[in-house]
Design a protein. Sequence first.
Length: 666
Amino acid sequence: MKETMATNSRKRSGSGSKRVLKEKIVQIYESFFRGEDLVSQNPNFWDELFLLKPKVSHLESEIIRLNGEQLMMAKYNVNALFSQCIETLGNDHQLRVVYALQTLCALISAIYKTSVQCGFDVIDILMGFDMAEQRMKLLLEHCNSILGGDGAPNLKSLCLKLLLLMTTGNDNVSQNTLLEFVMLNSVFETLIQLLSDTQSRQDHGHDVVLLLTLLVNYRKPEAANPYIVKLSILDDELALNGYGQVISWSLSEFCHAFSEEQKEPQSSSWFSSLSNIVSNMLLSEETGIRNQQIRANNGVLVALYEAVHLNRNFVSTLAHTPAEVIPIPQDTDPPALPVVSEPSNLLGTFFQYCSIVMQDTKCEASFNTVKLCFLVLTCVAEDHYANSVMHDVNLVFKIQLHRLPMRHRTVMPDKPSQTLANTLLDLLVEFVMSHMMKKLPLELYLLCVGVMHRVLCYQKRCRVRLTYQWKELWTSLISLLKFIIANEGNLAKKMNIFHLAHQVVNIFNLFITYGDTFLYSPANYDELYYELIRMHQIFDNLYSMAFRYSAIEGEFKDTALKLTNSLVNVRAIINHFTPKIDAWLAGQGLSTPSEDQILEVVRKNYDSLTLKLQDSLDQYERYTENPKYSAFFTAMVRSVVNDTKLNIDFATLDLQAILQEFSTIT
């Protein structure tokens, strides 16, 4: 009986149905989005509304359930609510500001979703075309004021969530018409200010860098974008270092998590572990913290690309050693966080990150991440200052590169501290050696060999003699040529393997023609000739394959002809030294000469060797994004937008913490 009375006290009868009593704010939402005029009934409606804690989920659901006709009926009220939220952002009562921001977040999020279903213009539904410019100008002024002021960090976080919601409303950022107002009313300077300050960078750095990256990509190939211009000319050292540090934190966190995973006892195969760490992180949305980190890293990876590609001043931050550590949460034990025992920098961290993600290229998502890494490396390898930093013998770092264990090779010990150029070449060699598969990632190989070529061109141009185990690089390239020849029947049906082989042979030609200007010692040059002669069968077979395709009409005839022509000096070396070595062996009565004996024959017969001077070996087509990679970046940014949407959770921000911050400030 008591239970029945208690139940009845919570319900209201009507037409035989029972209704649970609803909170006042929920009742307001329901009436408001039915198009009812609540303001004329209560002159203090707006003052009272923004003293009620928003029910974000209810507000969103009330809007989303509207059909097209109902939405148009509620349009006046939606416009009014949007306008009043903006007005309230300038209120002295901080609680109202917080509630207005949360309401704006829910309102914008719901209208974006509803507009897709109903086909209405977001601008018209939110504020009306006639008032759009005025209201968006005021909104962005308030955002600049909140982000640039002395307000609570949680309030600034909520404001950044609002801007991210506006930016990610459309999957294609360039079709997001709301961003046209963000172009006209810039928040760039305010965001840069947040990156320049140590504390605000720790509190908001990731959201700021992500927001800047998305805004830079608004209609990038089509129209003038002020954020591109401002980022390209930014020369504030504090801001640029802050930008780089945010990226470094994200990549370092991922690298540390991966390294810790490798230390744990493995109950399954290493490849299974790799799939859990890399592939699943890219493909699954429900695999936990590390999955969220890799999704976030795609955003910072695009951010790194934009900075390296657009801003020459940013290159100086690549080798900057961070003076700050990642902030330690109060409730986290220090041993759980990364411990940096060696000085590091963004470029070194990026190399380590590449060595992890490059291990898996089989699915589209991981392939695109690796492709983006190579495009960043391409921009770095083309920059003169970046190369000078990487080749500086006074800047050495011990950087752990992760290698994919394979049955045919032993575990290599970690290399000592070395220049960044050495580490980069090690990374490229590792990629070449570990991706020779039937489904050859041709595009990635071309990018990899392109980066290698650019680094060598710098060494040749500036006569930099890098102390490096060049035999490792030559062996990797010869192994690649051997793989191409062995799988010609399968690969030539699907892709232009002759183009890749031509690029590889041109690297050998660069060593042959100009090696004396950048190889560390004459012994390196001798060793190059030794490897070419020792592996002559591969080059002979490569020539035969290219000649066959160049002699018949077909898709690859022209490229195959280029490949045959590029082999002229390699074949000249082989044809010149092989008879002399054979003659010497016959004279000595030997069948298995030592390496030193062969090298001695090579040294004595250099003078009689005739080589053909080949043009443009140290030239390459400089990287340009448009038009070749425009579609790729459109798709990549679309992916970042979708992942960012999943991570924006404005409803769970700790309002109590915000209020405590307010009381502390006041």
